[in-house]
Write a protein that binds this ligand. Sequence first.
Ligand code: PNS
Length: 161
Amino acid sequence: MSIAVYPGSFDPITCGHLDIIKRSSRMFDEVIVAVLNNSSKRPLFSAVERVRLIEKSIAGLPNCRAMYFDGLLVDFVKQQGASVVIKGLRAISDFEYEFQMALLNKKLNPDIETLFMVTNANYSYISSSIVKEIADLGGNFADLLPSEIYEEVKQKIEKGR
Ligand code: PNS
């Protein structure tokens, strides 16, 4: 059984993330969307909230599930019996950081492969940070997030204003 892990902060999940999840779900028996800590970011949504927002977004994808892990990505991948990590690349600017992480993860566990998937051109300009900024400044961000989570994200950001 082929299991892939798609890791990220997902603060919150965007249409760009969901596109990668859908495409990965056609390539693997199971895709685990893993909410992990990025030590250089301070998330707006708690880990529990981020997992729930992902679960709502992937409800129609029977071979995908969402989980939170408070540790190293490679440890989570091994624990889940997976061997592939999926990463989405939007632009060259993503590459340097992702390349460094892929090499570090390879050093930590040589059995794990990182697979880079090119983001759909329609979503290549979307990031969770940009969505939060637009929402915070009162702009329209309905097309940037999965429709199932739009209201919840809107309310959270309006409350925090
Ligand atoms: O969506 P992001 O913030 O770009 O995702 C980065 C993330 C969470 C995948 C990365 O920070 C990560 O793997 N964190 C878990 C801890 C870990 O394994 N760190 C070493 C990575 S080389």
